[in-house]
Design a protein around this ligand. Structure first.
Ligand code: FE2
Ligand code: FE2
Length: 301
């Protein structure tokens, strides 16, 4: 990718795309959906279980504060992120049901996540805690979006079209709205940088722990704990991907950080993301993209 100032920034013009994914069409009904890297699919399945309840938390918390935002552009972005996350939450709660067919532990983990975020939302005494936590969390959904889209070939070039399309959609939109929660935090608590940074650490710890809780039974079911070498491989993947997230997050601790300026490639949009957005805008189906169709997306840009 080369720098091209004529590109629009991926965080402008956030669009709500009400997609639905049909998990009945998943190949062999196999939740280990990436053949390029099966452990990646297990990791991302595990990570995703609690995420729809965070998304619902974001939707409800931002609905509460929307009217207090005095910046018109930010208010518009907040409406858009609410729309996007509401649709993400719906699809991922359905995906949890699909996962629970193979991994019965998912049912309890889903309930656990639901309880955790509902409990958090019910405590209205500290608005900063809600906005700060959301900004912290969205740091990683955004960075995860970039990591996954940039590593498309490695992680999911050869994969089930439906689940891959679910994640492509989600990651494209997470990058697209990746600055909104940060902007909201800055709008209300701009000077309180230490709290923002503390929330980034807290949310990464929560994401890593929730992922681990699901990753272990999933790996066990898929036979990764049947031999020491397989177990080392599985645990190694968990550690390396979690560290990737943490390392990618280091710039967010700098004083002048903005998601819009994250890394030098902020204007070098991911070609698959650009092609995907164009494909959707042109009215084409994007809910079960074949490997060939995804490769064509990147060659269109
Ligand atoms: Fe999301
Ligand atoms: Fe998000």
């Amino acid at each position: 990718m080369t720098t091209n100032e004529s590109h629009t920034h991926p965080m402008d013009n956030i669009e709500v795309r009400p997609l639905r994914f049909n998990y009945e069409n998943v190949m062999m009904q196999d939740p280990v959906w990436s053949h390029s890297n099966p452990l990646f699919s297990i990791y991302i399945n595990a990570l995703g279980i609690h995420v729809p309840y965070f998304e619902r938390f974001l939707v409800m918390a931002f609905r509460d504060i929307k009217k207090e935002i005095t910046d018109e552009k930010l208010q518009k972005d907040v409406k858009a992120i609410i729309g996007q996350e509401a649709h993400h939450g719906r699809n991922f709660i359905e995906f949890n049901k699909f996962l629970a067919k193979r991994y019965p532990e998912v049912t309890n983990l889903d309930l656990r996540a639901k309880g955790y975020f509902e409990n958090k939302l019910s405590d209205k005494s500290d608005r900063r805690a809600h906005i700060g936590y959301i900004a912290g969390y969205e740091t990683f959904t955004y960075l995860g979006g970039m990591i996954i889209l940039d590593g498309y070939e490695k992680w999911m070039k050869d994969a089930d079209p439906v689940i891959r399309s679910l994640w492509l959609w989600h990651q494209v939109e997470e990058v697209e709205h990746g600055a909104v929660a940060f902007d909201v935090y800055k709008h209300f608590y701009g000077k309180d940088e230490w709290y923002r940074k503390a929330m980034i650490v807290k949310s990464l710890a929560h994401i890593a722990y929730e992922t681990w809780l699901a990753y272990v039974p999933m790996c066990k079911k898929e036979g990764y704990f049947s031999s020491p070498s397989k177990a080392v491989k599985a645990i190694g993947f968990y550690l390396s991907f979690s560290c990737k997230l943490a390392i990618k997050a280091l710039p967010v601790f700098s004083k002048n950080y903005s998601p819009r300026l994250h890394q030098t490639d902020s204007f070098e949009q991911n070609k698959i993301a650009v092609g995907w957005r164009a494909e959707y805008t042109s009215g084409k189906e994007v809910d079960a993209l074949s490997s060939e169709a995804v490769m064509q997306l990147s060659s269109k840009t």
